[in-house]
Design a protein around this ligand. Structure first.
Ligand code: MF3
Ligand code: CO
Length: 252
């Protein structure tokens, strides 16, 4: 079921989105060679709790940490550990925040120290792909336009589009209807309505789109071992477009 959020619900989601943004900023400041992903996880947990919120990923279907930290060929759901970041790595950080029962979900990929030009472009184009997809959003538009645009943009830059994982509705649950794939055809899918809240999250690979699941049953990695990037925002559909709820400022 796809829900339309009330003004009151949107206010709560804006706060959850704002704390998500601030947590991302804090993590970004702490990313450097030598820090472990467990240390990043603790920084995120402590901050989210200090703001009167809860990290939504912790214990989600048994997930054992507050954030996802996916390094290089890890696409999503990398589990924080004693692994230290190294110069030249890229790390995708995915954060979920709950405020008074309302969720926000956002991801970004960062460089660790100095990275190759290839990795730099992967990060830049994946972030751009997210914004290209978002531009399709407004009341009355077809949901499929988002994925169609992302896929087209990714292919123009010769990047693989992960299909096994998709964006989603978000609200009183982390994952709600509808699914928001990062591929598809223009003019297909449900019609977006003002008041819907969705998470759009392209995962793009430098090589093949093919993926596999690690033995820990969480972490999804590229089949060819090449790096992957991930950018995600939670957005509100409006009459004329959209508002990013996990962006800078108190949204709008
Ligand atoms: N942000 C992730 C997504 O929408 C959810 C991660 S849940 C976790 O796919 F439990 F894996 F952390
Ligand atoms: Co998500």
């Amino acid at each position: 079921m796809i829900t339309i959020k009330t003004e009151e619900e949107i206010e709560l989601m804006k706060y959850a989105g704002h704390i998500n943004y601030l947590t991302h900023e804090l993590i970004k400041k702490n990313i450097r060679p030598g820090i472990t992903t467990k240390e990043l996880d603790k920084i995120a947990y402590d901050f989210i709790i200090s703001q009167g919120c809860t990290p939504s990923f912790l214990n989600y279907e048994g997930y054992p940490a507050s954030i996802c930290t996916s390094i290089n060929d890890e696409i999503v759901h990398g589990i924080p550990s004693d692994r230290a970041l190294k110069n030249g790595d890229i790390i995708s950080v995915d954060i979920g925040v709950i405020y008074k029962g309302y969720h926000s979900d956002a991801a970004r990929t960062h460089a660790v120290g100095t990275i190759t030009k290839e990795k730099e472009e992967l990060i830049k184009y994946t972030e751009q792909a997210l914004y290209e997809g978002l531009k399709e959003i407004k009341d009355g538009a077809k949901l499929g336009n988002i994925g169609a645009k992302i896929e087209q943009f990714a292919h123009r830059h010769r990047l693989g589009v992960v299909e096994e994982l998709v964006g989603h509705g978000v609200g009183t649950h982390l994952h709600e209807d509808p699914n928001v794939p990062n591929y598809g055809k223009y003019g297909t899918g449900i019609t977006l309505k003002a008041g819907m809240t969705i998470a759009v999250e392209p995962m793009l690979n430098l090589g093949t789109k093919r993926v596999y699941l690690l033995d820990n049953d969480w972490t999804v990695v590229t089949q060819d071992g090449k790096p992957s990037a991930h950018f995600e925002h939670t957005v509100l559909v409006t009459k004329d477009g959209y508002i990013i709820l996990t962006g800078e400022g108190l949204n709008g």
